[in-house]
Write a protein that binds this ligand. Structure first.
Ligand code: MN
Ligand code: MN
Length: 319
C-alpha cells in the first residue's frame, strides 16, 4: 500500500502506476463491469432471505432479471446508474466536484430511476431546496448509498495521495450521506480498488485495508463472526457480507454468487463485491455469459467511463 512497507513509493514494480498499461486499464474496466454485473445478478434476489433464494433457485447464479423490481434480464438499478451519473459529472467538471455531483444525482432522480434509497431521496430533495451539496452530519445516515456509487471517484483519483482520495470520497458521499461510518467505508473501498488496480494482491487488501478498517470501527469486523445472511442496507452489514464473500473465495464468479445468495440488499452487496473482485481479478475472470446477459448500453457505458476516468486521472495527476 502507499505509505506502507509494500507500497509503490518504495520503488516496487508499480513505482510509476500512472502509466495506464493494458493491465491497469483492463482492471479498471473489469471493476466497472463487475459493479454492473453484481447489481444485475443481485437485483433478482434483493430483499429475499437465503432460505427463500435456495427454495426458488437452489443457487442463484444467472442474470435473469425479475426480483421485486420485475427487471428485464441484464438490467441494472440505482447502484450502477448513480455511479454512471457521478462519473459523467466528474468527466464534465474535470474532477470530483460536490456541486456537479449533486446536480447529476438530481437530474438522475428526475429521470425516475427504478429504485432509490430513502437517504438519497432526502438528500437530493434538500439539495433542491438549499442548493447546498453537503448534508448535515447525521448518525442515522449510515446506509450503503454513498459506498455503492463511489467507483468513478476511485478511478478519477487513481495515483493521488490518500488524503486527496479521501477528500474526494467524502465530497461525493456527503451530497446524501454525511456519516462517519459511511465515510470510513467509502474511503476504504476506494483505496482497496486503487490498490487492486495497481496490482496488489488480496492479502495486501486484507491486511492493508480491511483489517485496519475493522480495527478503527469494530462494526466492520468480518472475521471470527458468523456469516452474515440477509445483509441490510446498513453500511457495516453490507461491508461485512462483502468482505466475507470477497476474502473467502478465489474467483470473481464465486465471490458474486456467494454474496448475492445471502439475499438482503443483494444488488448492492453484489455491486460492491463485483467492483472489488473485478479490480482484483481483471477482465479475463468475468464470466462471458454474464457479460453477454448484461444490457449492452450499460455494458458500453461502464467500459467507456472506466477508460475516460482513468485517462482523466493520468492527465490530471501531479508529476
Ligand atoms: Mn439498487
Ligand atoms: Mn440495494
Amino acid at each position: 500500500m502507499r505509505s506502507q512497507e509494500t507500497g509503490p513509493g518504495d520503488g516496487g514494480a508499480y513505482s510509476s502506476p500512472l502509466t495506464p498499461d493494458s493491465s491497469l486499464l483492463s482492471r479498471a474496466v473489469a471493476a466497472y463491469l463487475g459493479l454492473a454485473l453484481g447489481d444485475a445478478l443481485g437485483a433478482t434476489v434483493e430483499f429475499m432471505t437465503p432460505r427463500e433464494i435456495a427454495a426458488r433457485h437452489r443457487v442463484h447464479d444467472r442474470i435473469v432479471g425479475g426480483g421485486w423490481l420485475n427487471l428485464p434480464a441484464g438490467q441494472v438499478t440505482d447502484d450502477t446508474t448513480m455511479a454512471l451519473a457521478l462519473g459523467r459529472s466528474i468527466l464534465e467538471a474535470g474532477g470530483v466536484d460536490a456541486h456537479a455531483a449533486a446536480r447529476a444525482f438530481d437530474a438522475w432522480m428526475r429521470g425516475k430511476p427504478v429504485d432509490i434509497g430513502n437517504t438519497v431521496r432526502r438528500g437530493l430533495l434538500t439539495f433542491r431546496k438549499t442548493g447546498c451539496p453537503v448534508m448535515p452530519e447525521s448518525e442515522h445516515d449510515a446506509g450503503n448509498g454513498a459506498a455503492m456509487r463511489l467507483l468513478p471517484v476511485a478511478l478519477a483519483t487513481f495515483g493521488r495521495s490518500e488524503a486527496e482520495v479521501a477528500a474526494a470520497c467524502r465530497a461525493q458521499a456527503h451530497v446524501t450521506h454525511h456519516n462517519a461510518l459511511s465515510d470510513a467505508a467509502c474511503v476504504t473501498l476506494a483505496l482497496m480498488v486503487q490498490d487492486a488496480l495497481a496490482g496488489f494482491d488480496k492479502n495486501a487488501l486484507l491486511h492493508g485495508r480491511a483489517h485496519p478498517l475493522a480495527a478503527r470501527h469494530p462494526q466492520f469486523t468480518f472475521r471470527a463472526v458468523k456469516q452474515v445472511g440477509n445483509p441490510s442496507g446498513y453500511v457495516a452489514d453490507t461491508l461485512v457480507a462483502v468482505f466475507q464473500a470477497f476474502f473467502d473465495t478465489d474467483s470473481f464468479a464465486e465471490c458474486l454468487v456467494d454474496v448475492v445468495n445471502r439475499g438482503g440488499d443483494a444488488d448492492t452487496t453484489g455491486a460492491i463485491a463485483g467492483m472489488l473482485a473485478g479490480a482484483l481479478y481483471g477482465m479475463e475472470a468475468l464470466p462471458r455469459h454474464w457479460l453477454h446477459a448484461l444490457d449492452p448500453q450499460v455494458r458500453s457505458a461502464c467500459a467507456d467511463q472506466a477508460r475516460a476516468l482513468l485517462d482523466l486521472a493520468v492527465r490530471s495527476s501531479p508529476q
